[in-house]
Ligand binder design. Sequence first.
Ligand SMILES: Cc1cc2nc3c(=O)[nH]c(=O)nc-3n(C[C@H](O)[C@H](O)[C@H](O)COP(=O)(O)O)c2cc1C
Length: 325
Amino acid sequence: MAASPGVVRPISGRITNEAFYRAVVAAGKAPSAYNTQPWRWRVSNGVLDLFADHARMVDLGEPDRRLATIGCGAALHHARLTLAARGWRVTVTRRPDDADPDHLARLHIDGAAPVSPDTADLARAIALRHTDPRPVTGDPIEPEDLDTIRAAFEAQHVRLGVLRPDQVLGLTVATGRADNTEPVDAQWHAELALWTGGDRIAGAADGLPLPIAHGEHDRAATFAVLHGPRDQDLDWLHAGEALSAGSLVATGMGVSVLPFSAPIEHAGARELLRRAIPEFGCPYLMLRLGRHATATAAPRSTRLTAAETMKRPGQDAAVPGPAES
Ligand SMILES: Cc1cc2nc3c(=O)[nH]c(=O)nc-3n(C[C@H](O)[C@H](O)[C@H](O)COP(=O)(O)O)c2cc1C
């Protein structure tokens, strides 16, 4: 059941639970590193709580909590957008419990609110968005479209720094020059080479791969970094919310957003990025934006069901399914 704006009456537990259930189902479609969906939801006493589930990342040897927290931020934005699109005014408290760093957010429904067409459109994009790692070869993103997409990212308390072509080249060279003790740094270099066009990294000078020629990828892709002045879990949560908001607006405009975690996964790689582009402050996530020449979508990844991301009865209250309507 959707909310009725203007009607002031207590919201029943059944209606709240149904709204939360739909929010959790939508959140299951959020992007997450390695598709781990590192979040847990819990409904109790009329609030919806979001927890990071770092156990899902353990096998990946994630050195710190940032990737999981960014994924949780994306799930949080999907959930609050879904509630807004169903006509609910929601208060979100981030990091509500100092004693529990995994408790990332608490959502409370305050009442009914009108739904703007933009909010409804954005919520519809949840079902359409997906990560498409294919090279982008379509038309470049027009400056005014890029401005709109950037505004969507930046409305979530982070900055989107768009890389100039010389900065992309600088990064490519810097990663090739770095002492790649971390396998992920070497992987970053390989990915960056692919991004900038596989044919561009060829030959070697002093044993270093160097960019050579401008290929199709350069003109089609826009590279950007989500960044901000601090590097704490609240910032990563905002970065995830921004990833969701920006990607959904981009989806509506036919633009694909590919997150790229290697440059921020390890301290060495982050430092390299920070040194290569000092004006970006603390980098949270690197992104490739672009249009695909063909509309054929890449195959979708397998996601967990909403039930699999909910706390089980006995552990905490599970979110009940929606009532028949
Ligand atoms: C923090 C974060 C980092 C990611 N890093 C990468 C990456 O390095 N390479 C990549 O292809 N996809 C990356 N992704 C996208 C995920 O692989 C993708 O969201 C997941 O497989 C689910 O697929 P979907 O986005 O189509 O729902 C990342 C996503 C997040 C949230």
